[in-house]
Design a protein. Structure first.
Length: 149
């Protein structure tokens, strides 16, 4: 038989307190953090913000971002194929918009399905815009400025 000493109760109490302190962080988390399965579809961080109206980007098209003077180049041709040039593409989440400079100098801000003259915007991607008119297809890509000298 094992003899009991006055320290047995103290030793047992100390062990219980130490176990409680060791388990406390996990117990507190389990009580205060309910089932935290990833909620991809309902997470506010995955919802794309609403885009501002396209008129808010008018100055970007009028003042070229990659031009050192931020002024349109007089030597750069305004018109590409069919008198249109892709100025830029804006993609936020699933929403896609393109900025197209027309031959007459007007800027069209379009989404897929919109019309630019006789052309329908069929597809907008980060580096190109596909336009169709009947059986004709027109692919616009942004003009890259050459090296500055």
């Amino acid at each position: 038989m094992i003899a009991r000493t006055p320290y047995d109760g103290l030793l047992g109490g100390t062990i219980v307190v130490l176990l409680a302190l060791a388990v406390w962080p996990w117990a507190r988390w389990a009580l205060h953090e309910p089932d935290r399965r990833p909620a991809i579809a309902s997470s506010p961080s995955t919802i794309a913000p609403a885009l501002p109206p396209l008129d808010a980007f008018r100055e970007i098209a009028e003042r070229p971002l990659f031009s050192p003077s931020r002024r349109p180049s007089a030597s750069a041709p305004v018109a590409g194929l069919q008198g249109m040039r892709l100025e830029g593409v804006l993609v936020v989440g699933a929403e896609k918009r393109a900025i197209i400079k027309q031959a007459d100098g007007r800027t069209a801000r379009v989404a897929e399905g919109d019309m630019v003259g006789e052309w329908t915007v069929r597809q907008i991607e980060r580096e190109r815009v596909l336009l169709v008119a009947g059986e004709r297809r027109l692919e616009l890509t942004p003009r890259r400025p050459g090296p500055q000298r």
